[in-house]
Design a protein around this ligand. Structure first.
Ligand SMILES: N[C@@H](CCC(=O)N[C@@H](CS)C(=O)NCC(=O)O)C(=O)O
Length: 203
């Protein structure tokens, strides 16, 4: 079945989906758009909500990064089968995205004074608030958010990498269990080879 993932040539919301597809050994076309040339009118107009990522499979399309990651996970045994466990994993994904929304506010801010203030707030408050909770949840489960590796572990690693890219830090260094998860996911078969081959991202 033909699969295509449309996303930017950066490490953002589409990257964990790439990781999951590579880990699961799913063949897909990785369609990358140059973020520096965005918006590309004929692409933007083709997107249902004007945003990436977009996933295509068998002639159908799906937007929203979490819906895409979760759907692919369901096909490749990275989604728990128990409904309660699924809901717990969904909650983790939404908590991670609540954190990410703070960083997005910073990325989008154009006023330099406000931007500096947002950065300070993220570095001094939000990272600690969210990542200390991620640490706690990972510790409960032997280093994963669920009973074993699930799609949301990939989502956290993607958001850690995006944080590092946009804020110029290495956020995982302050949180040892998150750091272990990052190392584990980045070393998975398929993911490791993909990371070694990809062009380093810049913003
Ligand atoms: N909630 C959406 C957010 C998608 C989103 O923010 N995409 C950004 C890139 S990470 C985008 O397309 N930005 C370009 C634009 O809005 O024109 C998701 O999770 O997929």
């Amino acid at each position: 079945m033909a699969r295509k993932l449309h996303y930017f040539n950066v490490n953002g919301l589409g990257e964990p989906i790439r990781y999951i597809l590579h880990y699961a050994g799913q063949k897909f076309e990785d369609v990358q758009y140059d973020v520096k040339k965005w918006p590309i009118p004929h692409v933007k107009d083709f997107l249902p909500y004007g945003q990436l990522p977009l996933y295509e499979e068998g002639g159908k399309t799906l937007n929203q990064s979490l819906a895409i990651a979760r759907y692919i996970a369901s096909q490749v045994h990275l989604l728990p089968t128990d409904a309660w466990e699924q809901a717990e994993i969904d909650a983790v994904a939404l908590n991670i995205y609540d954190y990410w929304s703070k960083v997005v506010t910073y990325i989008k801010e154009t006023d330099p004074v406000k931007k500096a203030a947002y950065k300070k707030e993220i570095l001094e408050e939000f990272i600690n608030f969210y990542f200390s909770r991620f640490e706690k949840e990972l510790k409960k489960n032997n280093g994963f958010f669920g009973k074993k590796l699930t799609w949301v572990d990939f989502v956290l690693v993607g958001i850690v990498e995006a944080t590092n890219l946009f804020l110029g830090i290495e956020v995982q260094k302050q949180f040892p269990t998150v750091q272990t998860l990052v190392t584990k996911v980045r070393s998975l078969p398929g993911v490791k080879e993909y990371i070694a081959k990809r062009t380093p991202y810049q913003v």
